[in-house]
Design a protein around this ligand. Structure first.
Ligand SMILES: [Zn+2]
Length: 202
C-alpha cells in the first residue's frame, strides 16, 4: 500500500485544498456529469487525465478493451450495461464516448487468443468484438492488424449501444450523442471517429 498512501497524502496536501469547494458542492447538489466515457481498464489510458476533467464531469466505466455488449436484460451480471443505464436514464448525460487505445491487450487477445490464465472471463468478454478479429486478420502487418482491430471494436461497441432501446430513443430525439475515440499511448494523440466512419486526428 506504500505507493498508494504516498499518493493519497499528496492528494490531501495539494489537490484537496484546491478542489474542496467543488467536492463539497458536488456532495450537496449531487453529480451531474455531462459525459459518459467507456474506456479500457488499461493503466495508461485514464479518461480524466486525457480530457483534463475535474470531479463531477465524467461518468466513467472501464473494462477490458472498452467494450459494450448488446442489450440483454437477463439475470446475468451486466456491469457495463448497468453503468450505461444509470448514465443515460438517471443522470441523462449529453454524450457517450467509447474510447479505445493503442497497444490494447484485450484486442491483442481477441486477435491472437486470450492468455491461458485469462480464459474464465476474458475470453468470453472479448468475444463481444468477435467481428473485429476478422477485420484485423485482413491486414498483413501485425501493427496495422492491431490498430484495425481496436478501431473496429469501437465501431462494434457504438453499434451495440444503439441496441439499448432508451439509448436509441435519446439519440433519435437529439438528447444524446455517441462518439468513438482512440488514444495513442506512445503519442498522446486522440483520434475521433468521423461521420464517414474513419478515425481522424483532433
Ligand atoms: Zn485496452
Amino acid at each position: 500500500m506504500t505507493p498508494l498512501l504516498a499518493g493519497y497524502r499528496r492528494f490531501r496536501a495539494e489537490t484537496w485544498p484546491q478542489q474542496r469547494a467543488r467536492f463539497e458542492a458536488l456532495a450537496a447538489q449531487g453529480q451531474k456529469p455531462h459525459t459518459m466515457v467507456i474506456a479500457c481498464s488499461d493503466s495508461r489510458v485514464d479518461p480524466q487525465m486525457i480530457f483534463s476533467a475535474g470531479p463531477g464531469e465524467l461518468f466513467v466505466v472501464r473494462n477490458v478493451a472498452n467494450l459494450v455488449p448488446p442489450y440483454m436484460p437477463d439475470a446475468a451480471f451486466h456491469g457495463t450495461s448497468a453503468a450505461v443505464e444509470f448514465a443515460v436514464r438517471v443522470l441523462a448525460v449529453k454524450r457517450v464516448v467509447v474510447m479505445g487505445h493503442a497497444l490494447c491487450g484485450g484486442i491483442t487477445a481477441l486477435i491472437r487468443g486470450a492468455p491461458e490464465q485469462a480464459r474464465d472471463f476474458v475470453a468470453g468478454w472479448i468475444g463481444i468484438a468477435g467481428k473485429a478479429r476478422a477485420v484485423a486478420l485482413r491486414c498483413d502487418d501485425p501493427v496495422a492488424a492491431q490498430e484495425a482491430g481496436e478501431h473496429e471494436a469501437i465501431r462494434i461497441s457504438l453499434a451495440n449501444l444503439m441496441t439499448f432501446p432508451w439509448v436509441a430513443e435519446a439519440v433519435t430525439e437529439g438528447r444524446l450523442t455517441l462518439h468513438g475515440a482512440h488514444f495513442g499511448v506512445a503519442t498522446g494523440r486522440l483520434l475521433l471517429l468521423d461521420a464517414e466512419g474513419h478515425f481522424a486526428p483532433v
